[in-house]
Design a protein around this ligand. Structure first.
Ligand SMILES: [Zn+2]
Ligand SMILES: [Zn+2]
Length: 362
C-alpha cells in the first residue's frame, strides 16, 4: 500500500518551492523506503529549481540525507529494516565495463528506484539526483542506502551524501593529496571547505584558501587552511605562488564552477601539478583559452571530479568513523538546522553566502 507524506517540490522554473503531499509506493524488488531524519540544502537543489539541470518539473528536491530504512522490497540484501543509512547517488551496477575493470567508483550505469513517487493527483515527481529527500520518507534503490555507524548525528552524517564527499574526495581521491603536498582550494563553500578538511587529513603541508568573501575565508581557516587569499583584493595566482616559495601548488582545486577560476587554478599550479575541477559549471560555460604549449609544457594533470570519485560503500562508513573519533569535524559544516518548510528561505541564505550548510531536520 502506498503512503502519503510531506515533501518539498519545485513545480516550475524559478518559482519558490512548496510543501506538498506526496505519494510513496511500497518498495518493489531492489528498492527501499527510508524515513528521512536530516537532509542538507545543496546548491544543486537550487540549480534544479532554476531549471539549470533539466526541465523535468516537478522536482522532489533534497539529496544529502541520512535516515532509517523503514521497509525493503523483494531481494534486497544491501540493508535491513532499521538500519541507519546515508543516501548516495552512486549505486553501482557491478556489471558495466568500468565495474568489471575493478573501478566501480566510476560506474557508467548507476541506478535509482524503478517505481515513481507522485503528487496526490498522480503527477510523477522527478527526485533530485534520484533521491528526493526533503520529505518525511523517500523511495530509493536499496543500493543508494549506505549503512553507517548509528552513533553519528543524522544532520552531520547526511552531508556525506553529496557536498562534503565531493569536496573531500576531490582533494584525497581525485587530487591524490598526500603528506607534504601544497594545496590551493578556490571557492570555500561546503565543497571547498570539505576539500580543505580532506587535504588536512591527508597531511598537506600548506593549504591555501581562495575566495572573494572574508566570511568564507574565516570558515576555511577553521577547517585547516594555513593561508587565505581574498581574490577581490589581490591576484590569486600571484598569492598562491607567494605562499609556495614562488612555485605554485602541487594540487589546485576548483570548487566554484567558473572558467575564469579554472584558468587561475591552471596557472597557480606547480610544474607537473594537478588541477581538480569539482565546482559544477552551467551548460553555457566554455573552457578557458589556454595556450597549448602551456598545457604541454607544464605537464601534470587536469582532472574533473564527479562526487569526489567516491565509492559510497567504502568511503561513507570510513568518514563517519573518522568523525566519531574526532578526526574529521563533520558537524562544523552544519551552520543551522531548519524545519522542512524552511528550504526556500535556506536557498536565499545560501545565495547571500551566509551559511555553509542549512540542514533540514525532521
Ligand atoms: Zn557499473
Ligand atoms: Zn549536492
Amino acid at each position: 500500500m502506498s503512503q502519503k507524506v510531506r515533501g518539498i517540490v519545485a513545480r516550475a522554473k524559478g518559482q519558490p518551492v512548496s510543501l506538498e503531499t506526496i505519494v510513496i509506493p511500497d518498495p518493489g524488488p531492489g528498492e527501499a523506503v527510508v524515513r528521512i531524519q536530516a537532509c542538507g540544502v545543496c546548491h544543486t537543489d537550487l540549480h534544479y529549481r532554476e531549471g539549470g539541470i533539466n526541465d523535468d518539473f516537478p522536482f522532489l528536491l533534497g539529496h544529502e540525507a541520512a535516515g532509517i530504512v523503514e521497509s525493503i522490497g523483494e531481494g534486497v540484501r544491501e540493508v535491513e529494516v532499521g538500519d541507519f543509512v546515508v543516501l548516495n547517488w552512486r549505486a553501482v551496477c557491478g556489471t558495466c565495463r568500468s565495474c568489471r575493470k575493478g573501478k566501480p567508483q566510476i560506474c557508467f550505469s548507476t541506478f535509482n528506484a524503478t517505481q515513481k513517487m507522485t503528487l496526490e493527483d498522480g503527477t510523477v515527481l522527478s527526485p533530485a539526483l534520484g533521491i528526493g529527500a526533503f520529505a518525511d520518507k523517500t523511495l530509493v534503490a536499496a543500493g543508494q542506502c549506505t549503512k553507517v555507524n548509528p552513533a553519528a548525528k543524522p544532520e552531520a552524517a547526511g552531508l556525506l551524501g553529496c557536498g562534503v564527499m565531493a569536496g573531500w574526495g576531490a582533494a584525497v581521491l581525485t587530487g591524490g593529496v598526500s603528506r607534504g603536498d601544497t594545496v590551493a582550494v578556490f571557492g570555500c563553500g561546503g565543497v571547498g571547505n570539505a576539500a580543505i578538511a580532506g587535504a588536512k587529513m591527508a597531511g598537506a603541508r600548506t593549504i591555501i584558501a581562495v575566495d572573494l568573501d572574508d566570511r568564507k575565508l574565516a570558515w576555511a581557516t577553521d577547517f585547516g587552511a594555513t593561508h587565505t587569499v581574498n581574490g577581490s583584493r589581490e591576484d590569486a595566482v600571484e598569492a598562491v605562488r607567494r605562499h609556495t616559495d614562488g612555485f605554485g601548488a602541487d594540487v589546485c582545486i576548483e570548487a566554484v564552477g567558473n572558467p575564469k577560476v579554472l584558468e587561475q587554478c591552471f596557472f597557480a599550479r606547480d610544474l607537473a601539478g594537478t588541477v581538480v575541477q569539482v565546482g559544477v559549471p552551467n551548460p553555457q560555460m566554455v573552457m578557458p583559452e589556454i595556450p597549448m604549449i602551456e598545457f604541454f609544457g607544464r605537464g601534470g594533470a587536469l582532472k574533473p571530479s564527479w562526487y569526489g570519485d567516491c565509492l559510497p560503500s567504502r568511503d561513507f562508513p570510513m568518514l563517519v568513523e573518522q568523525y566519531l573519533q574526532g578526526r574529521f569535524d563533520l558537524e562544523r559544516f552544519v551552520s543551522e538546522t531548519i524545519p522542512l518548510d524552511g528550504v526556500e528561505e535556506a536557498f536565499r541564505k545560501m545565495e547571500r553566502g551566509e551559511v555553509l550548510r542549512s540542514v533540514v531536520v525532521i
